[in-house]
Design a protein around this ligand. Sequence first.
Ligand SMILES: *Cc1c(COP(=O)(O)O)cnc(C)c1O
Length: 442
Amino acid sequence: MTDGFASLQVQRGYTPGTPQNAVAPPIYQTTAYEFASLQDAADIFALRKVGNLYSRAANPTQLILEERVAALEGGRAAVAVASGQAAVAISLLALAKAGEHIVAARQLYGGTVDLLQETFADWGIDVTFVDQDDLHAWRAALRPTTRALFAESVTNPTAQVLDIRSVADIAHAAGVPLVIDNTVATPYLQRPGEHGADIVVHSATKYLGGHGTSMGGVIVDIGSFDFGAEPARWPQLTEPYPRIADVVLWDRFGPSGQALAVLIKTKYVHDLGPSLSPFNAFQLLQGIETLDLRIAKHSASALAVAEYLAQHEGVASVQHPGLPSSPWSEAARRYLPRGVPAVFSFDLVSTGDAEADRIRVHRFVDALRLVKLVANIGDARSLVAHPASMTHSHLTETQLAEAGISRTTVRLSIGLEDPADIIADIAQALIAASIETVEVTP
Ligand SMILES: *Cc1c(COP(=O)(O)O)cnc(C)c1O
């Protein structure tokens, strides 16, 4: 089999043949597996032998998904879990423990900010947030206890493109891995591992699945980070691991690139339990089979919508890195040569009055028919959200401004419908938004 992206996305990880010759990956809807003998069970438990044990840690349908996403990202191993949130949480927990520290972009997805700012703080893991474009701030935030740098390759909703190479260089100079959330870009538009990222995480709920039906997350170990270089820093991998006969994970699984994945599965997924259901793994696999076709269309349609919005008199600005006016257009050319993601935002022209702006935004959003009002992104359907009253509603005015969001900012996730229909829907909603009438407050 060849290694082309499209071939990998359709076939990698599954070979028909046993025992029913099903050409599509089967849904192995089973919680556990019958061992051939007690010796077999003992060998599998001790990881002397590879084998299915219990579906909390791994299921054969999930293993196909893991191998496929690892291949698409150019990584060596992957772990699939129940959600993107679990992927982010567990990948970072495997690197940093109580008393240690993470530096993260402040432009992160809101759920990740909540996790790092509140829950990680509860657990004694310190997180410093920096502006992801401020390389000096990344460097200044480093501490002897820093164990990871974390950012998104392309942010949501403002579509800022990270200079991954520069942040990776800072991480590596400090002897720590760079973890990148590649949810918005997908490996079709960018493979962060090719620019220095060591671990890549996904909310597969979004574009990998692509149809707004199934939650899931994936952690990919690119295999580039040498945890053996400073072993004292990574005892979880370089000291005897009591769960598996005191095996040193880095010695035993480092050469095959599986060490971090084994730690994540046998400790964090095993203990915390965010397992992916076999049915969801199947749905995500099916979504991935058309990833390149879908993302190319999502990206082209989104650019067409952005260009339409940019020339509209009712629109103050458009934050889309495919437009020459974007501060990230240069970074997009460098890191996203196949096109930029279909999630971006724009600002309706402000009236200068907060209440009138509120009415304008409500009119615009409520007038949309084809574009659905949904909190999600990465669906086959086009979606709209109003960050200031939805995803970012708990932020202060200052935090909103820092995040590049105003009261009139609207987020779009452009779907797979005809671009002309999407634009027509937005056009009529812009007209609805601009009609001046007196609002009667109830
Ligand atoms: C949605 C999202 C997540 C969380 O993923 P879930 O699958 O919703 O748990 C993490 N990161 C980014 C960038 C996301 O868009």
